[in-house]
Design a protein around this ligand. Sequence first.
Ligand SMILES: N[C@@H](CCC(=O)N[C@@H](CS)C(=O)NCC(=O)O)C(=O)O
Length: 285
Amino acid sequence: MDELILYHNDMSVCSAKVRMALAEKGMEWESVHLDLRAGDAQRSEYVALNPSQLVPTLVHGGRAVIESNVICEYLDDIQPEPPLRPADAYARARMRLWTKQLDEGVHAAVSTLGLCIAFRDQYLARDPEEVQRYLANLVDPARRQRIAHALEFGMDAPGFAPALERFVRLFADMDAALARGPWLAGAAYSLADLAYAPYLARLEHLGLDDMEKAHPRVGEWRARGARLAASGEPEPTRASTVERGVRRQRALAGDARALVHPLNRRALALTLRAPAGAAIAGPTQ
Ligand SMILES: N[C@@H](CCC(=O)N[C@@H](CS)C(=O)NCC(=O)O)C(=O)O
């Protein structure tokens, strides 16, 4: 098979997803690690591969494939064993409804929570002009605004409570799906299960795993997939960087809860109780 090169980042949930798929398939790949905070994804050589300025990008036989869900399906096409998409058309449609949701809000929500709670201070520690340049160079205006708000307001950002609310709904949906079968798309482990594992790990690192604890079926599902999730861990050489990042996230998440703005505190409290399918009520003050 032609050479596979993965442009990725250790802490990126979308990259972890693709690393897991590669590991599941036992495929060899070459690693090109990007320092996202240093703006590596905005450099012209990388933008030529991925005009969205995002990781991951897979290059196979000299041709770039972008978007982690698309990459995972591509890998399943070029290396069909073991299959990561259900054979049954209906189950496959269900699988795609799960992966589609990631691109339609769930990824943005986890990214908002991560930035507001933990990663924000990495940006604030940098030269403000450099951060402004980074923001100005982002091609997606919605993403630029989301990040700018998170950096300016932290957990007071307007997107913080809606991001938590998105996960309240997601956990209720997962719980309902897992009541019908062992895996999200039904009888077989698929890209749907694989794709969500890094997101739940990120919530745990952010100290937001109470939602998972409130839905035992989701916790059991995650434990069943844990062996597979472990395969997406970065190479040992960079493991310590990731551990440091995760420790930092945990520590900051702990402190951060006390600092949540009163308007968002209600949303956080409701989320942590995670009543199945509950909507977050508006602010009380
Ligand atoms: N829909 C894209 C989302 C990719 C994405 O948002 N990647 C983040 C990391 S998880 C990124 O590259 N961020 C660039 C940055 O922080 O500068 C995919 O699934 O590949």
